[in-house]
Design a protein around this ligand. Structure first.
Ligand SMILES: Cc1cc2nc3c(=O)[nH]c(=O)nc-3n(C[C@H](O)[C@H](O)[C@H](O)COP(=O)(O)O)c2cc1C
Length: 198
């Protein structure tokens, strides 16, 4: 009996530790996408979290009609892509409107761009994030710079010319001339799981 009493706290601690490992999180994935890659990335993140037993709610920040309270969630993932040096305005507005709640909870920014693909433009990808953090007054716990995709067929003439004018112009003739998905899904999966477990 005495032995059982001595061992019980150890067993209990073990159960508590195991429970910690499988704690179910309510996760908000608020995203903005222009050509669809960040939508795909958000769904991928959500699928992986759901497979791990977590509850996921997707919110396209352009859907202004949806009443949503950020405080209903344990974790927030904010995802958006960069065009002409900036994230979507709707993402900016959503984050700024919810900055106090987001600053008070574990949060992750997923910034999708093409500048992050090339060593000589990676600094630009970092700069987009700094500008976004400053303009929204939000400091996420973690930031992921994720490589997006080139989808020439989806762009208008105007968009094509904008892309060629920007920071990526030096890569436009070689590396960016074909349709290509640069997203590293394996690395993304690993980073998201790490974020959820912290
Ligand atoms: C018109 C246009 C402008 C872009 N400007 C930039 C840019 O300034 N910097 C960058 O890193 N990527 C830029 N990109 C690449 C996008 O960030 C990339 O294609 C991303 O996958 C788009 O994600 P989305 O489909 O979710 O909108 C641009 C793409 C387009 C079509």
């Amino acid at each position: 009996m005495l032995l059982l009493r001595r061992l019980w706290p150890l067993c209990y601690a073990g159960v508590e530790k195991a429970y910690e490992k499988v704690a179910i999180m309510n996760v908000l994935i608020a995203f903005a996408t222009t050509e669809g890659q960040t939508d795909k990335i958000s769904k991928f993140i959500g699928d992986k979290l759901s497979e791990g037993g977590h509850q996921v709610v997707y919110h396209n920040v352009k859907d202004f009609s949806r009443g949503l309270s950020v405080t209903d969630f344990d974790r927030a993932i904010i995802a958006g892509s960069v065009h002409s040096g900036k994230h979507q305005e709707a993402l900016d507005l959503f984050v700024f409107a919810n900055r106090n709640q987001l600053n008070d909870m574990p949060s992750l920014l997923v910034s999708v761009s093409l500048a992050v693909v090339f060593p000589d433009s990676r600094k630009d990808a970092e700069k987009y994030v700094e500008v976004f953090k400053e303009s929204t007054s939000w400091t996420p716990n973690e930031c992921l710079l994720v490589a997006g995709a080139m989808q020439h067929g989806a762009y208008s003439w105007f968009q094509e010319s904008k892309l060629l004018e920007g920071d990526l112009a030096s890569h436009a003739n070689e590396e960016l001339k074909e349709n290509q998905e640069f997203t590293d899904w394996k690395a993304l999966h690993k980073s998201v799981i790490e974020f959820i477990q912290h």
